[in-house]
Design a protein around this ligand. Structure first.
Ligand SMILES: NC(=O)c1ccc[n+]([C@@H]2O[C@H](COP(=O)([O-])OP(=O)(O)OC[C@H]3O[C@@H](n4cnc5c(N)ncnc54)[C@H](OP(=O)(O)O)[C@@H]3O)[C@@H](O)[C@H]2O)c1
Length: 256
């Protein structure tokens, strides 16, 4: 393997990595040489994902630690676990998010809006606050937030989620400016429709899927690995001049 995408010696923490996009990111980062901390709400699901990736990549590539992103205490536990286990974290991927409400902005309950903003924005900010000081001290590291093309578009059904994903783009820009002088980069990835449990309602039925992908160049849904490649890029030597960006990977949905 060439060195451009080599993550040997790096330590990645990926939230929401027991399945879907997060698991693909954990797998591909491990495959490119990183040690990876797998995390989601359920320890058994994290253990299973770590065992599966270790079986595919190498025996000690991944370790697992449950953390609910709603809990600041859980996130501190995750950060402490990663630092105690590996002595450093060089690549943080804030991937887990929630969307408990579908419907017009006019109908959303306060608790639902607050939960979306807390889980999708403030939790990312918390984990970055916990893990970026050691990156800034060493003068190296990357933070990648999984936003969404929803953060670039209007919506009449997932409006609050889109507000949270737009806020992630701004969080990355702010932190990019704040951390850049010390050598730490912060970016977002904005996936389009990807075949995971999160978007199941949009792809399970072939007719719904056809409608959901009609307005894109490639006319198809994406696979988690098609996002994982960008995450590896951003954390590896190939991405060292990239910061503050919203990397759109959507099969040409936003541009059509
Ligand atoms: N799929 C798409 O079409 C799409 C498009 C644009 C953006 N995205 C974004 O991509 C990211 C990943 O989505 P996905 O499609 O891969 O979802 P997914 O397949 O449903 O996986 C979600 C992962 O997050 C974990 N998780 C859920 N709630 C959590 C919480 N409160 N605390 C910690 N972990 C939690 C889940 O495990 P547990 O259940 O064990 O906690 C699982 O590992 C999200 O930020 C989403 O907004 C997805």
């Amino acid at each position: 393997m060439g060195k451009l995408f080599d993550m040997t010696g790096q330590v990645a923490v990926v939230t929401g990595s027991s399945r879907g996009i997060g698991k693909a990111i954990a797998h591909r980062m491990a495959e490119h040489g990183a040690s990876v901390v797998i995390s989601s709400r359920k320890q058994d699901a994290c253990d299973a994902a770590a065992a599966e990736i270790n079986g595919l990549v190498r025996r000690d590539a991944c370790v697992a630690r449950a953390a609910n992103i709603s809990s600041k205490e859980d996130l501190q536990g995750l950060a402490d676990f990663a630092l105690t286990t590996f002595g450093k974290v060089t690549a943080l991927v804030c991937n887990a998010a929630s969307n408990p409400y579908y419907g017009p902005m006019l109908g959303i309950a306060d608790e639902q809006f607050v939960k979306i903003l807390m889980n999708n924005v403030v939790s990312n900010h918390w984990l970055i606050q916990m893990l970026s000081p050691q990156m800034l001290e060493r003068g190296e590291g990357s933070v990648t937030i999984i936003s969404s093309i929803g953060g670039l578009k209007a919506s009449t059904v997932i409006g609050a989620y889109n507000v949270s994903k737009a806020a992630d783009l701004q969080l990355a820009r702010n932190l990019s400016a704040e951390f850049g002088p010390k050598g730490v980069r912060v970016n977002c990835i904005c996936p389009g429709l990807i075949k995971t449990d999160f978007a199941r309602a949009l792809w399970e039925n072939p007719d719904t899927l056809k409608m959901a992908t009609a307005g894109s160049s490639l006319k198809r849904i994406g696979e988690p690995d098609e996002i994982a490649g960008m995450a590896v890029f951003l954390a590896s030597p190939a991405g060292t001049f990239t910061t503050g960006q919203a990397m759109v990977i959507d099969g040409g949905a936003v541009i059509v």
